[in-house]
Ligand binder design. Structure first.
Ligand code: ADP
Length: 445
């Protein structure tokens, strides 16, 4: 059986498997010696065979302790095995007491089997493993019956010979065989369950990563599109005024030319007028295009948006050593909106909050979601320097930034997304210091 286990788990090289299988082989060697007791000297069959049993089961105890990440206590176990073997030898060779020898040998084996059962149940509890519980149950029954036998022999109720043919001996032999089969299959099961769990966890982590990178890609794209949109909208707004002025000036120049009769200049003025009109038309078209962009609204859980962004920024937050406290209600808060755009708001304000805490000895961000009547609230506060009055006055204006590499569109984009969703976004200085961004959206059920 141990060879079968070893071969079945050969791909998962581990000290636990090696210890468990070696334990099985040493125990098996003890059984072989006992089986040949008619042909072998007395010291070899009793002394060495029983030491093999003690060592074999102890190796399995060490294997299961290892699986539970408990201290191995190798020296203590070694000393225990040597003492058990010495006491056994003393009963056998010095006192020559069959009764003491047998009850001692089977008593120690029973205690070790009960240890195995206890460790098996601990693994079963820790890993919710049915295989470990089977392993533990088989060793528990075997250990208990062997204790009864050992106690019986010690109290002179039952006969002290491992190979006599009474009912209890038959039961012990049967339980020994069952213990070997169920124990080994249970041990294999523990590893197969672990493998299945690991594979499942890896698949889940991969799916999460893929989802995160998809979202991050979408946000980046949206960010670029939005930034370009904001820039274009701002350009359209800023340029339409001077273009209109040029248009008006050329019209006036036309009238002047008509009065004075300089026809060649009039042709140039017509060109300027036509081109200016063309530029105004183009800008109007751009403006219309930006304003009429359709967004797909759906029912979105704000809790989920926060979780997605936390997954996405987790590595960055760890690297920057920022302590993030999440206060999410147990019942998700729902809003109608575009999940990617809402993620983009959160990404922008998280990014600002992380950057704002740079330079603080302890960096902290507090993120809360709550629902009040028919409004969904999300607030992010940080323990950064907060906003100076002159910054506060312009903070949500497009292209305003106090950062050397800042584009200054994050907050204005976030604000326009919030407005587009029928809500609002405000930034202020928090009473406890640092800045606080507050997003309010209409809540749905
Ligand atoms: P950017 O991050 O590119 O500067 P934003 O529109 O996101 O653009 O932010 C505009 C400005 O608002 C920032 O440059 C910064 O001065 C200020 N700001 C935003 N969030 C915070 C915050 N949490 N703490 C302090 N200042 C902030």
């Amino acid at each position: 059986m141990p060879l079968g286990v070893w071969l079945a788990l050969i791909k998962q090289r581990s000290a636990i498997i090696n210890l468990w299988c070696s334990g099985g082989w040493v125990f098996g060697a003890g059984l072989v010696l006992l089986g040949y007791r008619a042909h072998l000297p007395d010291w070899l069959t009793y002394g060495v065979a029983n030491t093999c049993f003690f060592v074999g089961i102890s190796l399995r105890v060490i294997a299961l302790r290892h699986a539970l990440h408990k201290p191995l206590y190798l020296t203590r176990i070694f000393i225990g095995v040597v003492l058990a073997a010495l006491v056994y030898a003393y009963f056998h060779h010095v006192l020559r007491s069959e009764q003491l020898r047998y009850s001692w040998g089977s008593g120690i084996t029973a205690v070790l089997l009960l240890c195995l059962a206890w460790l098996g149940f601990a693994i079963g509890r820790q890993e919710k493993s049915t295989s470990a519980r089977w392993l533990a149950s088989s060793y528990l029954v075997f250990g208990l019956v062997l204790s009864v036998r050992s106690g019986g022999v010690a109290l002179d109720i039952s006969q002290g010979d491992a190979l006599n043919e009474d009912v209890l001996t038959m039961v012990i032999v049967f339980l020994g065989v069952m213990g070997a089969i169920v124990g080994n299959i249970g041990f294999m099961g523990i590893f197969l369950e672990r493998l299945t769990r690991q594979t499942g966890q890896m698949a889940m982590a991969q799916a999460r990563n893929e989802e995160s990178s998809r979202l991050s890609h979408q946000i980046a794209q949206l960010d670029r599109r939005r930034s370009v949109g904001e820039i274009a909208a701002s350009l359209a707004h800023e340029l339409s005024q001077p273009l209109t002025n040029i248009y008006l000036i050329t019209e006036r120049a036309h009238l002047e030319v008509e009065k004075t009769g300089a026809q060649s200049v009039d042709k140039y003025l017509s060109d300027i007028e036509r081109n200016t009109q063309k530029a105004v038309d183009i800008l109007n078209r751009i403006r219309k295009f930006i304003q009429s962009k359709e967004t797909q609204f759906e029912r979105v859980s704000l809790n989920q948006v926060v979780k997605d962004i936390m997954d996405l920024t987790n590595d960055w937050i760890q690297k920057e050593a920022v302590d993030v406290s999440l206060h999410l209600p147990v019942q998700a808060v729902w809003v109608m909106g575009d999940p990617v755009q809402l993620s983009q708001i959160l990404m922008n304000i998280c990014r600002n909050a992380i950057q704002a805490t740079q330079g603080q000895a302890y960096r902290h961000i507090d993120l809360r979601i709550w629902r009040e009547a028919d409004q969904a609230h999300l607030s992010i506060s940080d323990n950064g320097m907060g906003l100076a009055p002159e910054v506060l006055a312009q903070v949500s204006t497009a292209f305003f930034s106090t950062k050397s590499d800042g584009l200054g569109v994050g907050l204005s984009i976030s604000k326009s997304i919030a407005t587009h969703h029928g809500g609002s976004l405000t930034i202020s200085n928090a009473p406890q210091g640092g800045a606080e961004v507050h997003l309010i959206l209409p809540a749905v059920v």
